[in-house]
Design a protein around this ligand. Structure first.
Ligand code: FES
Length: 180
């Protein structure tokens, strides 16, 4: 194994989904009510604000529950079914809680050809989980995702806000140790 340090790069500003977030945190109160009001000022109507509002809810609670869907629908004058259709279309919205570290492995063709499935298997074995589960210590959830946009550095793995390039089965243990 190369001594080269894994290369974590900062990914997009997508708020992440940690088990340490409080899944029962009150929505739209205090500073979050202010943020909600600020978000609304940036859009021509409430409906257009749905993505940043949902992202804020996920940042606070770590996932999007049915209760969250109903609150967002109520505040944005939408139906719960409409809000649910948005959360199920965009895969960055989590329909269930995840571990402190959400490990997303690209298994699109570029990474797949470079052994992404083996990386997934190694990660699942090392964390003692099945895809989408939270490990017993609450630290890890491993999922497969589509192209992460760094195809020249397969296999690409995103852990919360960070992207790790050229991950191989041999570097999985070190990656997990770095996270602890
Ligand atoms: S195919 Fe894996 S990052 Fe694009």
């Amino acid at each position: 194994m190369s001594e080269r340090k894994l290369h974590p790069a900062v990914a997009g500003a997508q708020p992440m989904y940690r088990a340490e977030n409080d899944p029962d945190a009150p929505l739209f109160e205090g500073a979050y009510k202010q943020r909600f009001d600020d978000i609304l000022t940036r859009y021509p109507d409430k409906r257009a604000a749905i993505l940043p509002v949902l992202a804020m809810c996920q940042e606070l609670r770590g996932w999007i529950s049915s209760e969250t869907i109903e609150r967002v629908a109520e505040l944005l004058d939408l139906t719960p079914a409409y809000v649910l259709s948005i959360t199920s279309f965009y895969t960055m919205f989590r329909p269930q809680p995840v571990g402190k570290y959400l490990i997303q492995v690209c298994t699109s063709i570029g990474c797949d050809l470079c052994g992404a499935e083996n990386v997934v298997e190694k990660l699942l074995a090392a964390t003692g989980t099945r895809t989408g589960e939270i490990s017993e210590d609450g630290l890890y959830t491993v999922i497969e995702v589509e192209c992460l946009g760094a195809c020249g550095f397969a296999t690409v793995v995103q852990v919360n806000e960070r992207v790790y390039e050229s991950v191989k089965t041999e570097t999985v243990t070190r990656l997990l140790e770095e996270l602890r």
